[in-house]
Design a protein around this ligand. Structure first.
Ligand SMILES: Nc1nc2c(ncn2[C@@H]2O[C@H](COP(=O)(O)OP(=O)(O)OP(=O)(O)O)[C@@H](O)[C@H]2O)c(=O)[nH]1
Ligand SMILES: Nc1ncnc2c1ncn2[C@H]1C[C@H](O)[C@@H](COP(=O)(O)OP(=O)(O)O)O1
Ligand SMILES: [Mg+2]
Length: 198
């Protein structure tokens, strides 16, 4: 089974909570037909199923903490296998959250060819999540949990970017509005990323 995804093209999508990972992934899917797998969405689907495992996960996510590595990695792997025959590549959104998650993914599945780093200012992320919380129904889109998620992002997840920068596969995407404030260099970099996807 796992053989099916042995040579799959893998792109990690990393960024803070509310940085726009899901939004950017949708654009890449529309343009390049990659399969989008969001660790948070997979976990929320498990919670929605009402399973015992889902209840345990819900309690962790509500506090803005990370669920156990094995749980999330198994879910991603199963989802990849299910899509292997129809997929030209995978956008893995929200994973790795810590360097150890990246190492385990590479041992069990394979190495990423790119890491898209969705960068945004902390105040932008908080603002977007508070706004999203008005309608999202997500238990973690409240100010207290948002602050915890942000702290954990800087502590645990930012080192992931440094780790993969050493391999030269990190591409930074910064799309904070207004877009007119975006430098030429960043625009070019954005296009470079897209070219590598096709
Ligand atoms: N103004 C603006 N809003 C954006 C942009 N990208 C995303 N948003 C909004 O910001 C919120 C968060 O975006 P998501 O794509 O859900 O972010 P995420 O990184 O997947 O967040 P998590 O699901 O919390 O991991 C949503 O309400 C989006 O509509 C952007 O480029 N500009
Ligand atoms: N790779 C991962 N490892 C552990 N926990 C994860 C995970 N991805 C998601 N989670 C859990 C903890 C997060 O607070 C929660 C929501 O994740 P998310 O939808 O990616 O949102 P965010 O990036 O805003 O924190 O799910
Ligand atoms: Mg998301």
């Amino acid at each position: 089974m796992a053989d099916k995804i042995k040579d799959a093209k893998i792109i990690f999508v990393v960024g803070g909570p509310g940085s726009g990972k899901g939004t950017q992934c949708e654009k890449v899917v529309a343009k390049y037909g990659y399969t989008h797998l969001s660790s948070g969405d997979l976990l929320r689907a498990e919670v929605a199923s009402g399973s015992e495992r889902g209840k345990t996960l819900q309690a962790i996510m509500q506090k803005g903490e990370l669920v156990p590595l094995d749980t999330v990695l198994d879910m991603i792997k199963d989802a990849m296998i299910a899509k292997a025959d129809v997929s030209k590549g995978f956008l893995i959104d929200g994973y790795p959250r810590e360097v150890k998650q990246g190492e385990e993914f590479e041992k069990k599945i394979g190495a990423p060819s790119l890491l898209l780093y969705i960068d945004a200012k902390p105040e932008t992320m908080v603002k977007r999540l508070v706004k999203r919380g008005e309608t999202s129904g997500r238990a973690d889109d409240n100010e207290e949990t948002i602050k915890k998620r942000l702290d954990l992002y800087y502590k645990a997840t930012e080192p992931v970017i440094a780790f993969y920068s050493g391999r030269g596969i990190v591409r930074k995407v910064r799309l904070e509005s207004p877009l007119t404030g975006c430098s030429q260099e960043i625009r070019r970099e954005g296009m470079f990323v897209m070219k590598e996807m096709s």
